[in-house]
Ligand binder design. Sequence first.
Ligand code: URA
Ligand code: SF4
Length: 205
Amino acid sequence: TGSARDFLPARLSLTALRAAADGCHGCPLYRNATQTVFGAGPTSARLILVGEQPGNDEDIAGAPFVGPAGRVLDQALEQAGIARDDAYVTNVVKHFKWERRGNRRLHKKPSAREVGACLPWLEKEIELIRPQVLVCLGATAAQALLGRSFKVTQQRGVLLPDERVPHVLATVHPSSILRQRTSADRRTEMARFTADLEVVADALN
Ligand code: URA
Ligand code: SF4
């Protein structure tokens, strides 16, 4: 079976990586998606934010975190005093995985095999950007980068040492805030998410 490794460019730069990822057939997910959604942001970013995979809006726009989850992320970053434009934003998996529900495309969780197949792109993004802080948004990112037994619920909001970057921090995925049933719960979870990002802001200063 293939992986993104078969599609890596000979000479590594973010531009070359992005162009190569456009043609990636490293797993079957490219077949039902509109396009590859590669990371976005400056090469000089001191912060990388890693989500799970593009959603419906990202699949159409070709850019990460531009839909509802992206708006939650933008709001939390602003509250924490972090400029999104200074961050590099990306996902573990670069193609939208979905199943049809009526006329809607419903997000489907990527399999461990798909995560493993796509991981070479993220590893190279991290190598090229070499940020000060890497943030895992949700369990898929945290487990892909920190190990399958990592528990976001138990270890969120804590700066962890890492061999790739000076600090890693895991927190929830912004869409988990949108899934809260009451506005009170949404407020509480948004405050916790923002507090985790304030830890990140301190590590950047
Ligand atoms: N959710 C993600 O994990 N990534 C996106 O880019 C959008 C929604
Ligand atoms: Fe390649 Fe990743 Fe898309 Fe699979 S999901 S085809 S590995 S870019």
